[in-house]
Design a protein around this ligand. Structure first.
Ligand code: HEM
Length: 131
């Protein structure tokens, strides 16, 4: 799943920097919180997870990795939608902020379990040709 994580992360990167430029052009920084989350949760964290899964393919092919991927990528856009509404002063999508950040955290918990169960020092040694 590593490459899929990287591809989706690159889309978040484009969206994040696009939003940054958009805020500059509009001279309106109200969406700064969403911009920062899209760049750091959408681009940086997702790409780092993808790199871990590329480096440790055993971890990258588990059910935990698939659940991590889907829960993360369903919850993050809905979380961001709720956040954008809130930052623009509209709390009608508050329900999204009550549900989806929790699903996102759950997906991160699955990532942590996956790393602890399936990332082994001997795999990286093999990968680096150190026996
Ligand atoms: C073309 C690229 C980018 C542009 C034009 C841009 C633009 C902006 C703007 C206008 C703000 C609001 C600043 C303020 O009102 O104080 C901001 C805040 C922020 N940006 Fe970006 N940004 C870019 C890329 C990134 C990237 C790549 C990241 C992270 C990986 C990032 C993370 C943040 C964070 C964390 C904040 C909040 C800073 C704070 O709390 O003071 N930005 N950005």
């Amino acid at each position: 799943m590593g490459t899929l994580f990287l591809k989706i992360a690159s889309l978040y990167f484009l969206l994040g920097v696009g939003m940054g430029v958009g805020m500059e052009i509009a001279g309106d920084h109200r969406l700064m919180g969403a911009h920062a989350h899209i760049n750091l949760v959408g681009w940086v964290s997702l790409a780092l997870s993808g790199l871990v899964y590329v480096l440790f393919p055993k971890a990258g092919e588990t059910l935990l990795a698939k659940l991590h991927f889907w829960l993360y990528n369903i919850s993050l856009p809905l979380f961001m939608l709720g956040l954008v509404y809130l930052l623009l002063g509209n709390d009608s999508l508050m329900i999204l902020l009550q549900i989806f950040p929790n699903i996102l955290v759950l997906s991160v918990l699955l990532f942590v379990i996956n790393i602890f169960k399936n990332v082994k020092a001997e795999d990286i040694n093999k990968y680096l040709g150190r026996g």
